[in-house]
Design a protein around this ligand. Structure first.
Ligand code: IPE
Ligand code: IPE
Ligand code: MG
Length: 236
């Protein structure tokens, strides 16, 4: 691998944090922060589709976010529903494939149908794959993968490398390459159960900017910095 290709940004992942605090600072309801966040999602997605990034993973709702007040959870579900209903033309216009990771069985039948419908209608688009993490947690994902493997049967005496392949093919991110760069906005420096396995060699970037204030200018600066890094992958 030449040094340049190690710094190719193929898969960008973002923990979109700080919506609630953004709203609180403005004496608005937390839900207003989420609404504003959706606008940033649209901008970032279009930018990625037009700037050579192949995979964009966005953490939208964690397995732990169900512990929030019902009114906030309901609002987030409504926002998701609106997005799935209204944005399908953008996916075709920008040649974006839509994919969900996470346990969608946790959602209403109506939402599940909307998710499947957009996944199917955009399945042939290939410039960018936008991966939305919904009811997603790495521990949940790994547990579901092991259950799946157990159900399908694990070959006796399987080698360690074949086991790694089998596990990776049982994860929600099957056929999606590892994360190259993970950005978390909102000032916290933690992963909060997001793509723990897939970020084994990801470069990390933490921004103090609250997600609704995050913009393309800052994204470009972070990517510039990423390109300067020396990714060693355990070698020297
Ligand atoms: C991230 O923003 C969006 C979701 C988790 C859905 P938050 O809602 O966590 O915002 P803060 O961290 O409370 O400011
Ligand atoms: C992570 O943010 C989850 C999403 C962005 C969807 P949280 O706000 O839920 O994470 P913690 O609670 O600060 O770790
Ligand atoms: Mg938060």
């Amino acid at each position: 691998m030449n040094p340049k290709s190690k710094n190719t940004l193929n898969h960008l992942a973002i923990i979109m944090d700080g919506n609630g605090r953004w709203a609180k600072e403005r004496k608005m309801k937390r839900t207003e922060g989420h609404k504003e966040g959706v606008k940033v999602v649209r901008e970032i997605t279009k930018w990625c589709a037009t700037n050579g990034i192949k995979f964009l993973s966005l953490y939208a709702f964690s397995t732990e976010n169900w512990t929030r007040p019902k009114i906030e959870v309901d609002f987030l579900m409504k926002l998701l529903e609106q997005h799935l209903k209204n944005e399908s033309k953008t996916y075709d216009e920008y040649d974006i494939r839509f994919k969900v990771i996470g346990d969608t069985m946790g959602f209403s039948k109506k939402l599940r149908n909307l998710i499947t419908s957009l996944e199917n209608s955009s399945a042939k688009n290939s410039t960018l794959t936008q991966i939305l993490a919904l009811n997603y947690g790495s521990r949940d994902e790994i547990a579901r993968a092991i259950l799946k493997m157990n159900k399908n049967g694990i070959p006796n005496g399987i080698s360690k490398n074949d086991m790694i392949n089998l596990l990776e093919n049982s994860l929600d991110t099957k056929e999606i390459p590892d994360v190259d760069l993970l950005i978390r906005t909102g000032g916290e420096m933690r992963l909060s159960n997001f793509l723990l396995y897939q970020c084994a060699y990801a470069e990390l970037s933490f921004s103090k900017t609250l997600f609704p204030d995050f913009n393309i200018e800052e994204l470009k600066k972070i990517i510039e910095n990423f390109k300067q890094r020396n990714r060693r992958f355990g070698a020297i």
